[in-house]
Design a binder for this molecule. Structure first.
Ligand code: 13P
Length: 259
């Protein structure tokens, strides 16, 4: 299965805009069925109750979650609330949460565990900063992030995690790593996960690429680099771009299966 995850971030300023987005998405998908692609769209919390009514093959996800079930945690949303609202997935540890809201590897780990316990799929973001890349610390940083996420996860929990590799310098910049660089990261992640579990399980864990993704870059960032799909920011604000990406991945998968 290939994934097109849309991170709508803090966009869509009214419910009308959100409903308009959903209407265009439905019109673009029509009654098309996807067998090899799944999309997960992650709007602001306010619109999640509208985003649970999407066409087949499109699910809704949140952009963040807290680790407690309920209580005196002003401003937070719990995994139970998301689950009860029909949400299936949640983005955790996005670069903007790590950078602007100071989320540490420890916080990301707690949120991942909480999501799994409440049967939400955690889409956990990892990635190096421009400075870490410049000083050739990418592999060390990614290893630390990944080891922390999986430190306390059972095999059953581990295989439900989706990892999103988003180099922090590639977000919102239109500068991307080469497919060779993304492939190197994929190899590194598989190696770490093989060490912690085994090769079969490491192979089953879904790894996405995110950071300035456009439909024209799909071949390079997905099948050339061996990724299982994409985490899309700006381009996900256009429903037809999401559908276009789903169609490209679906067609590629269908051609491959005929070969
Ligand atoms: P852009 O696609 O706008 O670079 O954002 C990527 C991102 O942060 C997705 O989570």
């Amino acid at each position: 299965m290939m994934y097109v995850v849309g991170n709508l971030k803090m966009n869509m300023l009214s419910r009308e805009e959100a409903l308009q987005y959903i209407a265009v998405l439905k019109r673009e998908i029509k009654d098309r069925r996807y067998t090899a692609v799944k999309s997960i769209l992650c709007p602001p919390f306010l619109y999640l109750s509208d985003f649970v009514h999407l066409p087949a093959s499109v699910e809704s996800g949140a952009q963040n979650v807290f680790w407690e079930k309920s209580g005196a945690y002003t401003g937070e949303i719990s995994p139970t609330m998301l689950k009860n609202a029909g949400v299936t997935s949640v983005i955790i540890g996005h670069s903007e949460r790590r950078g602007i809201h100071g989320e540490t590897n420890e916080v990301v780990k707690k949120k991942t565990l909480a999501a799994l316990k409440h049967l939400l799929v955690p889409i956990v973001c990892i990635g190096e900063t421009a400075e870490e890349r410049r000083t050739e610390e990418t592999a060390r940083v990614l290893e630390q992030q990944v080891r922390s996420i999986f430190a306390d996860l059972s095999r059953m929990q581990a295989e439900k995690v989706i990892i999103a590799y988003e180099p922090r310098w590639a977000i919102g910049t239109d500068t991307l790593p080469t497919s060779g660089e993304i492939l190197q990261v994929r190899v590194l992640l598989r190696k770490i996960l093989t060490e912690q579990y085994d090769a079969q399980l490491a192979e089953r864990i879904i790894i996405l690429y995110g950071g300035s993704v456009k439909s024209s870059f799909l071949p390079a960032v997905t099948w050339e680099a061996g990724m299982d799909g994409v985490l899309v920011g700006r381009e996900s604000l256009f429903p037809y771009e999401i559908v276009k990406m789903m169609n490209i991945l679906e067609e590629h998968a269908t051609v491959e299966s005929k070969d």
